[in-house]
Design a protein around this ligand. Structure first.
Ligand SMILES: [Zn+2]
Ligand SMILES: [Zn+2]
Length: 237
């Protein structure tokens, strides 16, 4: 994949907003896709068939849809009503027949986000090889989340990987410094007032560790066994 101009403009904008640039671009994809689904595709037969098969959007995107409707004056509540009136009909039929509706296909927004995640990971890796891109990234407040950092470094040259590792460590250290400074300034002997950046560094740390609120970051807990199974084993002794 080439680092094309449009892609590097997208990344420049993402750098300006801080956070993980890939997660932030994916969040934009999710919100824009849901917006256009509600704004112009409510009566599109293909969209409606897909939504019927997936029983609407997944929980994450369905609740994001609620946020989009409530925060967009351009979207009339008629749009989600038309979509969900249709889908709840499917549920009524199934329950009447003594079952519950089966989900036959994936949430359409999840599928789009997965495709774009691949494009942005590949794009970041391609752009990282071109001069100037990493300089811009390094000087911004952006920090690749650990998941996206790991995926990007697997696709770059050895030299770029070393540069990215150095930048990542520097950015994570900076977050730690900001939090330390904030903690120190809470001491009653400290006369210095904490900055807003220091006060909010813990939020940036969460994003750097776990990613921004997108379906790709929110769908997996990762690591460890589920607690319930340990409790069950203990209870059965
Ligand atoms: Zn990310
Ligand atoms: Zn989804």
């Amino acid at each position: 994949m080439e680092c094309d101009k449009l892609l590097s403009i997208d990344f420049s904008k993402a750098f300006a907003s801080g956070g993980c640039p890939i997660c932030r671009l994916l969040r934009k994809v999710e919100v824009e896709h849901i917006f256009s689904m509600l704004y112009e595709n409510v009566n599109d037969p293909v969209t409606r068939i897909k939504l019927r098969k997936s029983l609407g959007l997944c929980p994450f995107h369905a609740w994001l849809l609620v946020e989009v409707v409530f925060s967009s004056p351009e979207i009339h509540p008629m749009s989600p009503s038309i979509i969900y009136e249709d889908i709840i009909g499917e549920a009524i039929n199934a329950v009447e027949n003594g079952s519950t509706p089966t989900i036959q296909s994936r949430c359409p927004v999840c599928s789009i986000v997965d495709e774009f995640e691949e494009i942005y990971i590949e794009g970041f890796a391609a752009c990282a090889e071109s001069p100037g891109f990493l300089v811009e990234y390094e000087s911004s407040n952006s920090v690749l989340c650990l998941k996206h950092y790991e995926k990007v470094i697997k696709r770059v040259s050895k030299e770029t990987m070393k540069k990215l590792r150095r930048i990542q460590v520097k950015k994570l250290r900076r977050l730690r410094e900001l939090m330390r400074s904030f903690i120190d300034k809470q001491d009653y002997r400290s006369s210095e007032k904490a900055t807003e950046e220091e006060a909010l560094a813990w939020v940036a740390a969460i994003e750097a560790l776990k990613g921004y609120k997108t379906s790709v970051a929110m769908s997996r807990c990762g690591g460890g066994k589920p607690r319930s199974s340990r409790f069950l084993r203990r209870g059965s002794r």
